[in-house]
Design a protein around this ligand. Structure first.
Ligand code: IPE
Ligand code: IPE
Ligand code: MG
Length: 238
């Protein structure tokens, strides 16, 4: 398959699911599945950028994922530490700008510093924007936005009747990021799992049974081909 003559969605969001199932199939620990998932992610950043995608947003850790076993959460934190450093090299080599959405305040100080360094040192890159959603939850994001909005209205004394959708959106973590055109979920689950609730009002959904560690260029091309067959309604470019 080739992407020739296809409309490339400007913003692709991904729910990278299935690391655990991938490991289970092989009879290896879940942490090994997450490691394989990180390797796939590393490859997909370059592949998405080469495909001409302008914004690529991946769900790395949800506000609900803290409820997993201490062992699994610990393994994920170690992977963040390791892959953040690798990501800095990949982003720099591919002119990729990294952004983070979610509430980073819950992470250990060294992880927060790693995120800040990654964002800061890639901020002037002009290629694809790679958005990492960690400790992200759509509801949490909306509540945090509401708090900021209320504070700003209290300070300015403006009438709350003037709040528009656009103004509300400007308080979300995704303030300067266009809404996703296409959301891909791997591993077959048919739900949003608290991902980009506001932003996905009209985004197209594509679900594949492919487990995230097995995801690759061909799978991305299949998703983009399916997107090109959709008849979009509001807010679409196809
Ligand atoms: C997705 O894989 C990665 C994260 C949520 C961090 P899962 O760990 O959810 O994999 P499954 O759903 O158990 O297969
Ligand atoms: C969604 O996957 C979160 C991430 C990919 C980080 P989950 O595996 O956590 O979602 P549920 O539990 O199946 O809804
Ligand atoms: Mg899962």
């Amino acid at each position: 398959m080739s992407l020739e003559n296809m409309v490339i969605p400007e913003h692709v969001a991904v729910i990278l699911d299935g690391n655990g199932r991938w490991a289970k199939k092989r009879g290896i620990p879940r942490a090994m599945g997450h490691k394989a998932g990180c390797e796939t992610l590393e490859k997909m950043v370059r592949i998405a950028s080469d495909a001409g995608i302008r914004y690529f947003t991946v769900y790395g850790f949800s506000t609900e994922n803290w409820k997993r076993s201490q062992e699994e959460v610990g393994a994920l934190m170690q992977l963040f530490r390791y892959y953040m450093v690798r990501l800095l090299k990949i982003a720099s080599a591919n002119n990729v700008r990294v952004k983070m959405i979610g509430d980073k305040t819950r992470f250990a100080p060294d992880i927060i510093k790693g995120i800040d360094d990654l964002v800061e040192s890639t901020r002037d890159n002009t290629g694809m924007t790679f958005v990492i959603a960690i400790n992200y939850g759509g509801r949490d994001e909306i509540v945090r936005a509401a708090r900021k909005l209320v504070k700003s209205y209290q300070e300015s004394g403006r009438d709350s009747e003037s709040i528009s959708e656009a103004e509300f959106a400007s308080f979300l973590d995704t303030a300067d990021i266009p809404d996703p055109d296409l959301m891909i979920r791997t591993s077959g689950e048919l739900r949003l799992s608290n991902y980009l609730l506001w932003q996905m009002a009209y985004g197209e959904l594509y679900v594949t049974d492919c487990l995230w560690p097995d995801f690759n260029k061909e799978e991305l091309e299949k998703a983009i081909a399916a997107y090109n067959k959709r008849e979009r309604r509001f807010g679409g470019r196809v």
